[in-house]
Design a protein around this ligand. Sequence first.
Ligand SMILES: C[S@@+](CC[C@H](N)C(=O)[O-])C[C@H]1O[C@@H](n2cnc3c(N)ncnc32)[C@H](O)[C@@H]1O
Length: 209
Amino acid sequence: MNKFETLVSGVGNLIKTTKYYDEWSEYYDETVKSWNYQAPKKSIKFLKETIDINPKNILDLACGTGLFGIELKKKYPKSHIYGSDISKQSLKIALGKKIYTKLQIKNFEQLHNYKMKFDLICLIGSMTYCKNFNKLFANINKNIKEKGFMLFTHRIDLWQQQDFLRILKNQKTLKITKISTPLNYLPSNKDFKNKIKIKIVLLQKYKQN
Ligand SMILES: C[S@@+](CC[C@H](N)C(=O)[O-])C[C@H]1O[C@@H](n2cnc3c(N)ncnc32)[C@H](O)[C@@H]1O
């Protein structure tokens, strides 16, 4: 099987996923550019068109090599952007882009410990790898400010299989602000093309009643 066919079916457990992205890290940026990877630019555009914020602190979960971090930095040059990922090799590349205040190796399903709460937490191109939504949302809830936002993308094929809207509606403290229409994800990749699309979602944190 072509290495990248596993992107559609899922890479596997955490160890396999880490190895996969570690090995890919050096070529990741050029490969996804050749596939016309659209999630980072489309997510920033969606955010800009939906809300007008000036976030002091941003957390880029599963930041990888920093492709979404670049878009965040262009839009919010004064923000402090923190990043985390399980792939050490991807984080090395992200570090070289000099856009992150701090990077750490961490699974997004584990609680992250920061001194401050974030105005914006993002998870772009990576919800596919979430095995336990309760753990991910517990991490978000712990680290997001009240009235802060969470921005993420999710593949529509998985969304349907997982009944993902129900999962979102079950979140007691994170409320849906907006969900995008279906958008192209990797239009120049033969396995994704216009068959596998994504939605972009913006949630806002509220106190539980
Ligand atoms: C398709 S890349 C997206 C990277 C970046 N957000 C972007 O838009 O280019 C998926 C990333 O998710 C990371 N990842 C996968 N599972 C993870 C997990 N459980 N916790 C943290 N990062 C994870 C991978 O290491 C990889 O860097």
